[in-house]
Design a protein around this ligand. Structure first.
Ligand SMILES: Cc1ncc(COP(=O)(O)O)c(C=O)c1O
Length: 415
């Protein structure tokens, strides 16, 4: 049967997070026996329940006449209007609910669809169309390109470039590597970034918008973490705040992280009307939109006081957890100059101790010895090698236990 599937699907591996989950499951009985039951620092999702307000709204929606019938792929008018209002309230951005917004079954679905809509598939690397993707970056971007017959070319995010590289330098590297810049279709940016937690100011967004205009590329801004931040003065912005950004930009938003609604699978894309129209046209052949009751509840939470209070409270909790781990890792030998304390997201990005050759070797040892589940930096791209991503969402007592176990089991840091 395998040979019936296209070569891209044959080549791809199961998504890294599910691989880690499987490995953890296999090791669990042995780990429990030695008092090292797994603690998940791999999870990229809030662990609390969503706001009670939104759950109540969902219950209320279930009895509304017609709510159980098909919706439309773009979304119900009331849902799109609530999103337009959110974009206005949160970012001061105007988007037309009729032509510039489309609902998503989670932003992952939207990102996967936009990639395959842009790429004309090819087999040989030299023939492939290209999207520039952050590296380290969300592992799905390069996987999506692989299954679409395209090529992910890395935008290196390093401490040296302050995680905001000059895009012309990226194009210069691409040419040097023998690729044709005319094959580039789009640029993906993701601030606040997974896995680094890096944010970007408006000036950087402007540079990227100008770059995309100059070269006629689509700018894909992944704003999944825009509401997870710890410092009001560094509140993440929308790419669409840049004047004229709408000429070249589609921005992807998610309900998953800010409202702990990961399982609801809800998001939206907004921006350039023509690009949005193309996106929605293809989507209409693939899915029939979101359950209307979900849209009803989600629309209610978007611009509500309850939603805002929830986000504020959740971010306060994440900051406290971040501090526990930052202090803990310092005790274990990591110093301030070895890693950045992010202003946003629920991740920490640490260099691995020097006795490990690869990040995978380190995370495998951490799991097998101490039952601590973390994600090797290499999962996020070639510039992620040598690092480990730590998620801070676990309960506080578990975070203290992580540091205790690492200390006892000899996982200290030497550069
Ligand atoms: C950077 C980034 N973008 C998008 C997503 C997808 O989120 P969802 O599909 O739940 O909206 C994630 C999930 O972890 C992510 O880390």
């Amino acid at each position: 049967m395998k040979e019936l599937f296209n070569r891209y699907v044959q080549e791809i591996e199961t998504y890294i997070m599910f691989q880690i989950k499987q490995k953890t499951l296999e090791l669990t009985p042995e780990l429990i026996k030695k008092n090292r039951a797994p603690i998940g620092l791999d999870i990229g999702a809030p662990t609390d329940n969503p706001p009670k307000f939104v759950v109540d709204k969902l219950k209320e929606a279930l009895d509304i006449d017609g709510i159980h019938k098909y919706s439309t792929p773009k979304g119900e008018a009331f849902f799109l209007e609530a999103i337009a209002q959110r974009m206005k309230n949160r970012f001061g951005v105007d988007v037309d609910p009729k032509t510039e917004i489309c609902s998503l079954i989670g932003s992952k679905e939207g990102l996967a669809n936009i990639v395959r809509e842009l790429i004309n598939p090819a087999v040989e690397d030299k023939d492939k169309e290209i999207i520039l993707v952050p590296d380290p970056g969300y592992a799905s971007y390069s996987q999506m390109l692989l299954v679409s017959g395209g090529l992910a070319y890395p935008i290196p995010l390093t401490m040296e470039n302050n995680f905001m590289p000059d895009m012309e330098d990226v194009l210069a590297s691409l040419r040097k590597d023998g690729y044709d810049e005319k094959k580039v279709k789009a640029v993906i940016i993701n601030y606040p970034n997974n896995p680094l937690g890096a944010t970007a100011p408006k000036e950087y967004y402007k540079k990227v918008v100008d770059f995309c205009k100059k070269h006629n590329y689509l700018l894909i801004s992944d704003a999944a973490y825009c509401d997870m931040y710890f410092d009001e003065s560094k509140k993440p912005i929308s790419a669409l705040e840049v004047e004229g950004a709408k000429d070249v930009t589609l921005e992807f938003h998610s309900f998953s992280k800010p409202y702990a609604m990961t399982g609801w699978r809800l998001g939206w894309v907004c921006g350039n009307k023509e690009a949005l129209g193309m996106f929605a046209k293809q989507k209409s052949t693939i899915d029939t939109g979101l359950f209307k009751a979900l849209q009803y509840a989600a629309a209610a939470v978007l611009n509500s006081d309850e939603g805002e209070a929830y986000i504020e409270q959740a971010n306060k909790g994440f900051k406290e957890k971040q501090q526990i781990l930052v202090e803990g890792f310092k005790k274990l030998g990591w110093s301030e100059k070895d890693f950045m304390v992010p202003d946003a997201t629920f991740y920490l990005w640490l260099p691995i101790p020097n006795q490990y050759k690869t990040s995978k070797e380190f995370t495998d040892a951490l799991l097998a010895t101490s039952g601590i589940v973390a994600v090797p930096g290499s999962a996020f791209g070639k510039f992620g090698e040598g690092y480990v991503r730590i998620s801070i969402v676990a309960p506080k007592d578990k975070l203290y236990e992580v540091i205790e176990r690492m200390e006892k089991d000899g996982f200290t840091y030497t550069a």
